[in-house]
Write a protein that binds this ligand. Sequence first.
Ligand SMILES: *Cc1c(COP(=O)(O)O)cnc(C)c1O
Length: 306
Amino acid sequence: MIAGINALVDLQQAVIQQVDLPLSAGNKITSDVLRIDKIHATVSGNKWFKLKYTLQDALEKKHDMVVTFGGAWSNHLVATAVACSQLGITSIGVIRGEEPEVLSPTLNECLRYGMRLHFMDRHTYREKEIAYAEIRKLYPGAYMIEEGGRGPYGVKGAGEILDLVPVNRYSHICCAVGTGTMMAGVINASLPGQQVIGISALKIPEEDNQIEQFIRNATGNMNNFRIVYDYHFGGYARKTTELTDFMNAFYNSTGIPLDFVYTAKLLFGINDMAIKARFPAGSRLLIIHSGGLQGNQSLPKNTLVY
Ligand SMILES: *Cc1c(COP(=O)(O)O)cnc(C)c1O
């Protein structure tokens, strides 16, 4: 049943690329970037891993329609559209905000893959209970996938990211954090003694936030992880020229493109922590490049050198 979704991506492309961090000299640590951005042109990165078992569950429960949620630049929406078209499932995307006059490239891509778009005002969208009730009434019997592919099947699939590497080589595993679903899967798949470091793409309070709560629940209170909240650059999908300059410098020195919402903040953060010697000498870092490059299309032309 899962053959269709497995065939969608090419996991052989998920190479490990060694980089020097900090980018400026004096490296006392080694860093490998795991390029899961390369497994598919559109369904890049962690979204496929998070959808895998979620869609399998939908199919096993005999749903032929899936509804999910996201913003106009959502990597998760495109990934869902592509995966559903591959599997012959009807997909509906509930989009945060009123319908714009011109659709984003992301939403056009969703349409190309047959996703039907349902625009929802931001107020209703935020009130999750109301939004869900409205959608259930409109599409009775549809399988609902949370925003960002959050949920237990997402966590399970994300754990398989580490199947791509010899995990025991590493002392630290680093990833970006949005909903925390990927990080929870990675924590569950980590080995004793390993530290998992998450760089938050969102500006949220450090104490008792829902993301950390979600991760604790999803991992059975594992304590070998830390979320770092210092590199959100103003909040979700916010950026500064310091960040985009870093993206260009990183690309020039490694050939690796980053997206400004997640992976740029991840690499900037890890690089900065390396500069500040936050990793003990001899640390061996695995850094997950979780994809998301299509979102860079929202940047003004010539912001990036790639
Ligand atoms: C969605 C996304 C994330 C965040 O993953 P979560 O599981 O929601 O924490 C990280 N990186 C990229 C490139 C993404 O598209």
